[in-house]
Design a protein around this ligand. Structure first.
Ligand SMILES: [Zn+2]
Length: 95
């Protein structure tokens, strides 16, 4: 018997409706001195509920986690594929 895994928002834990969120908005690749492809892949992609995705918008991820410190731990626990580059930009690990 396999247990069905319920997808949840990596930020608030809501069951949705969910959408794909880029932790670092792809449009900001130049701002962080990165190649666009560093952001346009699964190491920067998470599932987020529409509410979080809408509120986060084009906000720099660091600002987002400062605004919602309660999401940090949940995010770090559930966003398994997110790269250290992305986590660093989001202020979740030390420089
Ligand atoms: Zn959410």
């Amino acid at each position: 018997m396999t247990k069905k895994r319920v997808q949840r928002c990596v930020y608030c834990g809501s069951e949705g409706p969910l959408s794909i969120d880029h932790v670092v908005p792809i449009s900001q690749w130049h701002k962080y001195n990165l190649k666009r492809r560093v952001l346009d892949n699964k190491s920067n992609r998470v599932s987020a509920c529409l509410k979080c995705n809408h509120e986060k918008g084009d906000m720099p991820p660091k600002e987002w986690f400062i605004k919602h410190p309660e999401y940090r731990e949940h995010f770090l626990h559930h966003a398994k594929y997110v790269s250290d580059v992305v986590k660093r930009i989001a202020g979740l690990i030390e420089e």
